[in-house]
Ligand binder design. Structure first.
Ligand SMILES: *Cc1c(COP(=O)(O)O)cnc(C)c1O
Length: 227
């Protein structure tokens, strides 16, 4: 086994162990492999080890990989900040977008999603007040954005995503993810088909699983440090 294959195998086991530990249903936590700044060769290896979902932040870099790996039928998730002039490339080439944080972006993705493809799966990126990142809609405006995204036939609203500030204390990490989990459940009352809580990265995924994440986004833990 190569090192990468071994890491993926170990992570799979770790995720199943954490599901049990925190009384999560077996298989309820999906692994999204964040492959930004890693080569298509590494992605090919990871796909060979069973991974199917890959996350990318930069459109140009992603399009090259999507093209090179097209025969593998992978699921591509756009997880980076979205500028208006990037929406067409995203709408035409990705299966998922995790980082919709304003009405205008949703409107453009809906208009530009080709009819030949199924609706684009979208998550609203939420900015908790203590976040350092400027991306994401304010907590108070999340419900309104979700309502408006629901009106677009070429989009399928799947849930919410967040990137909390880096915290080292496990209990602080959990407190932060708990807020997101509460928000997710309150949104589900109006959007019962919402099924995706995208939270947790390499340094905090245990806390995210403990608080109900359904998709964790791991880069470093899978591929090692980025250049
Ligand atoms: C880079 C990135 C990740 C993965 O980060 P790691 O710490 O390498 O696991 C997850 N989510 C988003 C939105 C990212 O930009």
């Amino acid at each position: 086994m190569t090192k990468l294959t071994e890491r993926i195998h170990n992570l799979d086991q770790e995720i199943r162990r954490l599901e049990q530990l925190y009384s999560r249903e077996e298989g309820s936590v999906q692994l999204l492999a964040v492959s930004k700044r890693h080569s298509s060769d590494k992605i090919r290896l990871a796909a060979g080890a069973g991974l199917q979902n890959f996350g990318e932040n930069y459109l140009q870099e992603a399009l090259e990989k999507i093209e090179m790996l097209s025969e593998l039928s992978l699921q591509w998730h756009f997880i980076g900040p979205i500028q208006s002039n990037k929406t067409r490339g995203i709408a035409e080439n990705f299966q998922w977008v995790h980082s919709v944080d304003r009405e205008k972006i949703g409107k453009r993705l809906n208009e530009q999603r080709p009819d030949s493809l199924p609706p684009l799966n979208v998550c609203v990126q939420v900015n908790l007040s203590q976040e350092t990142s400027k991306s994401g809609v304010d907590l108070a405006e999340t419900a309104a954005l979700c309502q408006s995204l629901e009106t677009y036939p070429r989009l399928r609203l799947r849930g919410i995503m967040a990137i909390p500030e880096p915290l080292t204390e496990f209990s602080q990490q959990r407190a932060c993810f708990q807020q997101l989990s509460e928000l997710f459940h309150s949104l589900q009352a109006d959007h019962p088909h919402m099924d995706t809580l995208s939270m947790g990265m390499s340094s905090d995924f245990e806390a995210a699983i403990a608080e109900g994440a359904t998709m964790i986004r791991l880069g470093t833990a899978i591929f090692g440090p980025r250049d």
